[in-house]
Structure formats: C-alpha cells, structure tokens
Design a binder for this molecule. Structure first.
Ligand code: SF4
Length: 294
C-alpha cells in the first residue's frame, strides 16, 4: 500500500508563529495566562500548559501578569479589559486574521453593514465581530436562518420601496478557514439581498492550498486519513470535502484511532492534517501505516 502524504499537511505559518510566541513568552518566566488554548490541538495545548501557561475562564485583576492572545484573535473589548486590569498583552493573533480585523473596521467606518461568513461559535468569528461598534451579521451556510431573515429585494439601492431590514451596503468577509464553495453559495444569496455587496475573500492562503489538495487526493487514493483534533474547524472542513469525494475518508486525532480494517484491499492511502496538527503526530501516523503495510 502506497502512502501519499499531502505536501501541505499540518501547521500553517500562523499556527507556527503563535506557538513560537507562546514558547518564548512562557520561557520569560512571567505569569502567563490565556483565555482558552493557543490553537485547537490538545497535544500542542498540553505542551504549552506544561511550561506553566495557565488557562483562565474570565479576566480578573492580575497586575503584572501576561495575557497571551491566541492565533484566532480576540474581541477588542477583551484586549482593552486586560490592559485596564494591568496585564501585559502579548498578541499571537495570526496576521491573516489581523488583516480581517482591519478590513471590517475600515468598512464599518465607511458605512457598510458587516457580514461574516463563518461559524458563529468559532473564536475567530467572535474576534472579528468583536472589532466592531455595530452588530455584524454572521452567516454559516446558505440555509442559515440569519440569511433567510434578510429580505430579498428587486429594487435598486436607495429605492424608498425597499423592504424594512434591507441592506443598502454590505461588506462581506470570510472566516479564514472556510470552504470556498460554501462561501460562494452564501454570497450568491447575499447579492439578492443587498443593494451593494463588497466581497473580501479572506480565506487564507494555507487553507486554500490545503483545500486544493483535498479536492484531488481522495480521488487518487483508496483511503484517506485526515489528522486533527475534533475541535479544529479547518480539519473538519478537510474531512467534509474528502468524505464527499471518497467514502473511505477517516478523521483521526492520532495513530491510536487507526483501524487495520480500513485498508483491506487498498493500494494507496492519502494522508493530510489540519493547520494545528503537529508534525510529530503526522510522523506517528505515517510510521503506524508503514508498520501496517503487508
Ligand atoms: S489557518 Fe490561516 S488564518 Fe488560521 S492561523 Fe493558519 S494562516 Fe492564520
């Protein structure tokens, strides 16, 4: 059985950068705190916590301590509150996410209603929405009730007969790890519901490249393994795309989840991993597959 490892499996530069910052900050021997995990991967979180970085549920007064902001970013109010409470803030937000923050703030100032295509509950989306003064609209998929609630129009911008709730000017950004096909389907619906739609494709380059690979690999391999934590949104999307193309696609967290029966009669197995999956986990999976090989 041939093992084909995706060229872009595993850490993206934003995750690598955040982990480097976390290690350096933890190494400075200050009291370092985080609201949640640095990235969505239990093994990485365990390594960082083992250096003494502590998780907080909410911010409380801790003068002289450090708050480490995660790769997904956070709401502006959280940073402001941390500073007011006396924390030194170390920001490990991915630069691509920072770019989305900048875009929504500029477009809000220009009078656009901000629409975010993404998962309402995801930290990155909460952080984007949390940059704004007004409420943003978050739409997850073409069937999302939040989208259906926006009135369809067949009148031009500024027409007095436009229905209540009609959006004159919308600026649309995307959670960085979304699936482009789904985004375009939502966008099509949005264009029928706003006078002007300015679309910013903020899916990041590492996600685009990974998704290009996962549209080909499941067609070229008998079995697909997608490695990553259950809490990793980008791994979920890789799995969903893979599964839609090859039913023998399996989402695993580590080598422990591998089952020999999956590979019966398989001539090749494709392996990829989400952006927050460490190289060590990928190597373990590949070694395990090599051992399974007849
Ligand atoms: S997936 Fe993209 S946006 Fe997220 S951390 Fe990686 S490079 Fe940054």
């Amino acid at each position: 059985m041939k093992i084909n490892l995706a060229k872009n499996a595993g850490f993206c530069f934003g995750v690598k950068r955040a982990i480097d910052i976390a290690f350096k900050t933890a190494g400075s021997r200050q009291n370092v705190y985080m609201l949640g995990d640095i990235v969505h991967n239990e093994e990485v979180a365990r390594q960082i916590n083992s250096l003494g970085v502590k998780k907080l549920k909410r911010l409380t007064a801790r003068s002289g301590r450090v708050l480490l902001i995660r790769a997904h970013g956070t709401a502006a109010i959280t940073t402001a509150k941390a500073l007011a409470l006396g924390y030194r803030v170390v920001d490990a937000t991915c630069p691509m996410v920072k770019e989305i923050h900048k875009t929504v703030k500029v477009m809000e100032q220009k009078g656009y209603t901000i629409i975010v295509i993404g998962d309402k509950k995801h930290d990155e989306v909460r952080g984007i929405v949390g940059q704004l003064k007004k409420k943003a609209i978050v739409i997850d998929n073409p069937k999302d009730p939040a989208l259906r609630r926006l009135k369809k129009i067949n009148v031009g911008a500024g027409n007095k007969s436009a229905p209540t709730g009609y959006i004159q000017k919308a600026a649309v950004v995307v959670q960085s790890t979304q699936n482009l096909e789904k985004v375009l389907a939502v966008l099509k619906e949005l264009r029928a519901r706003a006078g002007e739609v300015k679309f910013f494709n903020t899916i990041c380059r590492p996600t685009t490249v990974k998704q290009q690979e996962i549209r080909i690999m499941p067609l070229e391999n008998n079995v697909m393994l997608i490695i990553g934590s259950r809490s990793s949104a980008n791994t979920r999307r890789l799995y969903e795309i893979s599964r839609s193309l090859n039913r023998k696609s399996y989402w695993i967290n580590s080598k422990k989840d591998i089952r020999r029966a999956w590979f019966s009669g398989a001539k090749s197995v494709g392996v990829t991993a989400g952006a927050s999956t460490p190289d060590s986990t990928i190597k373990d999976v590949v070694s395990c597959l090599l051992r399974l090989n007849p």
